[in-house]
Design a protein around this ligand. Structure first.
Ligand SMILES: Cc1cc2nc3c(=O)[nH]c(=O)nc-3n(C[C@H](O)[C@H](O)[C@H](O)COP(=O)(O)OP(=O)(O)OC[C@H]3O[C@@H](n4cnc5c(N)ncnc54)[C@H](O)[C@@H]3O)c2cc1C
Length: 395
């Protein structure tokens, strides 16, 4: 029986596991290793910060779900992959594999900037459930005792959407409470311009976000690296100092240490069009874990985002490729990657599309409407339902 090991139990890892089980049935023995026994619908974390969602609304325990599907779940961190002997090591186990799927997401590299991060530093972050709960507490302190808010991204970030969302949502909530004039909001970013988002913009996103920021009196500082953070102050590489009461700053992204040796200098895994490792033919990588070269050089380095939508497509493509190899059939042709994203803006939302992912493009736009907000809410419910029931065959 073919042994397939998957590291990561989120958008990529769960989709790959369900899809491989669906395609291969009893011909495979699948093990999912994840250091978190929950699936968390990360796109709803900004809503959790705002107090519009509770952790239980947007998370599921994955052990039971996988067991029902006949998939083994190992709630442990992978420590190392030995690609030569085809084994994954955890603290207690040695797991041999015929195929390995790496879906480990990012390592949030707070240590690269002194004073950054909620654990050892002075800033908040909303990229994990636990961090977002903490950011929510900091936000409620701002509501009780107003002061300046900074949201944004440090250098080497490759996920900008949530910071835009929080800037708009905080603006909206403050206006609802009639206290917007008491809380200056600054959007601080490594992007070369507003709306770049690591992909060279999406249609008119530069003008769109500049206009929205102007209308809502959200100030911005672009193209910046953070030197260090001290209590209540961010120091930029150009010497400028920015005071804050709450700073939600996305940290530099890296590949996770357990798989970094298989990747580029920042630990992201190089893959071909079917998400197969460029050197190890029985290793696949999907989602945030993979390396994608930026579309253009930028004065401050930024990474290319790998959205949930992209991650699910990668997981299905990798699963179909492994299935074809097991069956001895022709692998699927590589597909052009594209971005579809709904960015929440409080009472409304923006629908963003870029096809293909990087410019020049066939189609690319950013459109605003309350319909996009309802689409985002519906998508949240739909995706959590899909994961709860392991329905990877649904779109
Ligand atoms: C706040 C936020 C908002 C977002 N909003 C959107 C949105 O609106 N639309 C959209 O399309 N995308 C959005 N995204 C992006 C989307 O969430 C990601 O594309 C998606 O989560 C990537 O899935 P992944 O499986 O690659 O990695 P992740 O979701 O990061 O999961 C990685 C998994 O690997 C596990 N893991 C890591 N290291 C190890 C180890 N050593 N051993 C075992 N397990 C390990 C983790 O516990 C986790 O289960 C958002 C992301 C964030 C953070």
């Amino acid at each position: 029986m073919t042994r397939i090991t998957i590291i990561g139990g989120s958008f990529g890892g769960l989709t790959a596991a369900f899809e491989l089980q669906r395609l291969c049935g009893k011909d495979v023995d699948i093990t999912v290793i994840s250091e978190d026994d929950r699936f968390v619908f990360l796109p709803s974390l900004p809503w959790l910060v705002m107090g519009w969602r509770m952790p239980g609304d947007i998370s599921l325990r994955v052990g039971e779900i996988l067991k029902r599907k006949g998939i083994t779940f190992l709630h442990e961190a992978a420590r190392e992959v030995d690609a030569e002997t085809a084994k994954v090591y955890t603290a207690t186990k040695e797991i041999p594999y015929d195929y390995l799927v790496i879906a480990t997401g990012p390592h949030l590299s707070f240590d690269e900037i002194p004073g950054l991060g909620p654990d050892k530093g002075f800033t908040d972050c909303s990229f994990t459930l636990d961090h977002a709960v903490g950011t929510g507490e900091s936000w409620r302190k701002v509501l009780e005792s107003p002061g300046p808010v900074v949201v944004g991204s440090s250098q080497m970030v490759s996920c900008f959407g949530p910071s835009y969302e929080l800037a708009f949502e905080m603006d909206d909530e403050l206006r609802r409470r009639k206290m917007r004039h008491k809380v200056p909001i600054l959007y601080l970013t490594s992007e070369p311009y507003i709306g770049h988002m690591g992909v060279g913009g999406l249609g008119n996103s530069k003008r769109f976000f500049e206009d929205e920021f102007a209308e809502r009196d959200i100030k911005s500082i672009v193209c910046q690296s953070i030197e260090e953070v001290t209590p209540g102050e961010i120091k930029l590489k150009d010497g400028a100092k920015i005071p804050f009461k709450l700073a939600m700053i996305a940290p530099p992204f890296k590949g996770v240490p357990a798989v970094a040796a298989l990747g580029n200098p920042r630990g992201f895994i190089p893959v071909d069009g079917n998400y197969r490792h460029t050197k190890y033919k029985n290793i696949f990588a999907i989602g945030v874990a993979i390396a994608i070269a930026p579309p253009e050089p930028t004065p401050v380095p930024v990474g290319v985002p790998k959205t949930g939508f992209m991650t699910v497509r990668m997981a299905k493509a990798a699963a179909a490729t492994i299935y074809s190899e097991i069956k001895g059939t022709t692998p699927p042709s590589p597909e052009e990657m594209e971005v579809l994203c709904i960015l929440d803006m409080g009472r409304t939302a923006a629908f963003m599309k870029a096809s293909p992912l990087l410019p020049p493009r066939q189609e690319s736009y950013t459109k605003k409407g309350v319909w996009a907000k309802w689409l985002k809410v519906a998508f949240e419910r739909y995706f959590i339902y899909k994961m709860k029931h392991g329905l990877s065959n649904l779109p």
